[in-house]
Write a protein that binds this ligand. Structure first.
Ligand SMILES: Nc1ncnc2c1ncn2[C@@H]1O[C@H](COP(=O)(O)OP(=O)(O)OP(=O)(O)O)[C@@H](O)[C@H]1O
Ligand SMILES: O=P(O)(O)OC[C@H]1O[C@H](OP(=O)(O)OP(=O)(O)O)[C@H](O)[C@@H]1O
Length: 233
């Protein structure tokens, strides 16, 4: 028997439910194997397809490695975890949910900082005054480095954050943050403002494929059916 094609779906939360919803509309209902909380399933409608429920971050890594063939994850996570989007992974469809912007934000009280160029100036002054570099809290290490280089911002240091990133300035562990926002409520509650040219990426959930897997007709069939549902709105 041929090897199964593996489709990775987020294992929890909004992305999981909405991904399963689109697949169902495409006549590809997701069925869990065994109890509701197991991490394996089947996709009805196309033979020889297995579903693996994984974290959105893991899906990005495993698409690159080819350990899963198709997957739904965030575009932000592909940008972060696949170096220069090196050709190993193709985005097939933007799914129309999971919208979030990856942004650069600073304390609202930094009245003279509205742009990335202002941030560069202030970081030079900050270094001169405090003898250390401005700290940027984020889990998006690669995305941040690329964007700051593009904008010509020098003299900063990344502090890796694994959660509650917006709290870093108030906690005194960083001055600047790079994180996702959707409603803006968390930024507001933490007295942070987005820089005018500080939107790095407008992300949403995508259906992506390991490039080698695109030779498999089961993968192209799933992509075609999902595309039809998305086009129909
Ligand atoms: N309001 C939001 N908050 C968090 N993530 C969101 C939001 N809206 C959309 N997303 C997207 O969801 C994805 C993150 O999903 P999730 O938090 O399940 O992933 P993860 O970081 O891999 O999981 P875990 O938190 O278990 O490590 C990202 O692509 C992100 O852009
Ligand atoms: O702009 P807003 O609507 O306020 O949303 C942004 C917040 O939502 C996410 O946290 P969440 O707790 O949802 O997920 P996470 O902790 O898994 O990142 C994200 O990390 C932000 O903190």
């Amino acid at each position: 028997m041929a090897e199964p094609l593996i489709v990775a779906l987020p294992s929890k939360g909004r992305l999981m439910e909405q991904a399963a919803g689109v697949l169902e509309k495409a006549g590809l209902a997701v069925e869990r194997i065994g109890a509701a909380r197991t991490y394996q399933g089947r996709l009805n409608g196309v033979d020889g397809v297995e579903v693996a429920f994984l974290s959105a971050t893991e899906i990005a890594h495993m698409l690159r490695e080819g350990t899963v063939h198709l997957g739904v994850t965030g575009e932000d996570l592909l940008d972060e975890h696949i170096a220069d989007r090196d050709g190993a992974v193709d985005i097939l469809h933007h799914m129309g949910f999971g919208h979030a912007d990856v942004i650069v934000a600073v304390p609202q009280c930094w009245l003279d900082v509205a742009t990335m160029a202002d941030l560069d100036e202030v970081s030079v002054a900050f270094h001169a005054r405090h003898g250390r570099r401005v700290r940027v809290a984020t889990k998006y290490l690669n995305v941040t480095r690329r964007f700051f280089a593009e904008k010509g911002v020098r003299g900063y240091r990344i502090v890796e954050s694994l959660g509650a990133t917006e709290g870093a300035p108030a906690a005194g562990t960083a001055e600047v943050i790079v994180d996702i926002t959707s409603t803006g409520a968390t930024l507001k509650a933490n007295h942070l403002k987005i820089l005018d040219d500080g939107v790095i990426l407008r992300s949403q959930a995508v259906l992506a494929a390991n490039r080698a897997a695109l030779a498999d007709p089961r993968a192209t069939e799933i992509a075609r059916r999902v595309g039809e549902v998305l086009a129909a709105g």
